[in-house]
Design a protein around this ligand. Structure first.
Ligand code: CTP
Length: 418
């Protein structure tokens, strides 16, 4: 059996050709991190450095990280120069300029092709992401703002700059956004027009909390990782994604609308208000089955000795969704998740029926490499027809891809009737 891919691998970036333009800012050192992340994700990253960028970092830095040649203006006058700038621009599925200095933005806005990066940008019609980095004063200047506006109107995606302290000592907008966030924007841009574009996907993630008193809660071990991976995978396929999450420190995937909730009732209300506009519901949250029938107003004191907490059942969200689907329609595909400690398939079969699901994704929580908090999962699919498919150990990102493959199959089968 194949080992699961490393968590730095990103299926949506695998084999994708990205041109990274690096211009002359101190943030150029962060471009090395970006090149590394993209390469580890599986992308083929070509790098072009301007002459000012070369003063901060060298082509060798990038060659070492990407395993591919990095270019600078010396290449502009080489034997193949006449085709190089065209091929670099044309072959890239996406171009990202990070950091993008005020000068580069000005050159780009006026179509000035006076170096290799300028030529490649002019030769390309691929999506363009710009991550400006400069002093706050330069960023705020009307000339820079006008250039950015021109570029935006031409379709460039401008991300940041972030607020913070700059090399000049000024504090304000001017810092390049972090590489992890740039990767998120690249995924979003590459996802456009892909298999789930135009679909509205609602994902729930993490665990719910129910209060015992103002301090204590009933929680569970869910980390939210599988749900967040599903949201990201749906974004990678071009979907509009809303992520309803229990408390989680995980970063929101770029492009997802995130709604934070704590209790089952809050989660139910947020889902219900979106059912009509949802095409696909992926219910990965670990929803509490019971809650204290009464939350103490004051903190319960220790002196009282043993206490009894009476628990009452919470609303079954998926059962409510199933009711609604029967009555007035609703999401075209509903996927449930089940964490089981025994009789995995039997339980999953029963739940797929009882909860009116199209698919259930079940995992055995007794396995050490699957389930809560870890980055891997070993799941079994059971569909409406009760057919069973066991998947090998995978990263949670790969499980998310497999779930969405099944969702697309289900949607495909529905299409003739729709
Ligand atoms: N779920 C839900 N509402 C609840 C509890 C669970 O919608 N109050 C959803 C979960 O998000 C998950 C699916 O139902 O997608 C299965 O959850 P699970 O806890 O395994 O199912 P239960 O019906 O609670 O069954 P069990 O008795 O095994 O806990």
């Amino acid at each position: 059996m194949d080992a699961p891919l490393k968590s730095s691998h990103i299926p949506a970036l695998d084999g994708r050709r990205i041109l990274l333009g690096v211009t002359g800012s101190i943030a150029a050192y962060k471009a090395a991190d970006l090149a590394s992340r993209l390469t580890q994700a599986g992308a083929l990253v070509d790098v072009v450095l301007t002459s000012a960028a070369r003063r901060f970092v060298s082509p060798l830095t990038f060659t070492s990280l990407t395993g591919r040649r990095a270019y600078d203006d010396d290449d502009l006058w080489g034997q193949d120069a006449h085709v190089l700038h065209v091929s670099l621009g044309r072959d890239a599925e996406l171009i990202v300029v990070a950091p993008a200095t005020a000068r580069t933005l000005a050159r780009l806005a006026t179509g000035m092709a006076d170096d290799l990066l300028g030529l490649a940008l002019l030769a390309s019609r691929s999506p363009l992401i710009l991550a400006p980095a400069m002093d706050a004063g330069m960023f705020g200047h009307p000339a820079t703002q006008a250039n950015l506006e021109t570029l935006r109107q031409r379709g460039a995606i401008v991300i940041g700059p972030a607020e913070g302290r700059m090399a000049s000592g000024l504090v304000g907008p001017g810092r390049m956004v972090e590489p992890a966030e740039i990767v998120g924007h690249i995924r979003r841009a590459l996802g456009r027009g892909r298999s789930l574009s135009g679909r509205r996907v609602l994902v729930t993630a993490g665990g719910t909390l129910e209060a015992i008193d103002p301090v204590r809660v009933i929680a569970n071990r869910s980390s939210g990782k599988q749900g967040f991976a599903l949201a990201q995978a749906a974004l990678d396929r071009g979907a509009d994604v809303t992520l309803i999450s229990g408390p989680s420190a995980l970063a929101t995937p770029v492009g997802a609308e995130r709604i934070d909730v704590e209790t089952v009732d809050q989660m139910l209300a947020e889902i219900q208000s979106r059912l009509e506009t949802t095409d696909i519901l992926l219910m990965a949250a670990a929803v509490a089955d019971f809650r204290p029938s009464h939350a103490n107003e004051d903190k319960i004191k220790r002196g009282a000795g043993a206490i009894d907490i009476h628990l009452e059942p919470t609303a079954d969200i998926l059962a409510t969704v199933a009711e609604r689907r029967k009555r007035s329609g609703g999401p075209r595909v509903v996927v449930g998740f089940a964490a089981e400690s025994r009789d995995l398939v039997g339980q999953a079969r029963q739940k797929v029926k009882a909860k009116g699901l199209d698919l259930i994704v079940a995992n055995d929580i007794t396995a050490p490499d699957a389930g809560f908090a870890v980055d891997t999962n070993r799941v079994t699919f059971v569909d409406r027809a009760e057919s069973v498919q066991e998947l090998p150990l995978m990263s949670k990102a790969e499980v998310a891809e497999a779930v969405l493959d099944r969702v697309e199959l289900i949607l495909g089968r529905q299409r003739p009737a729709a």
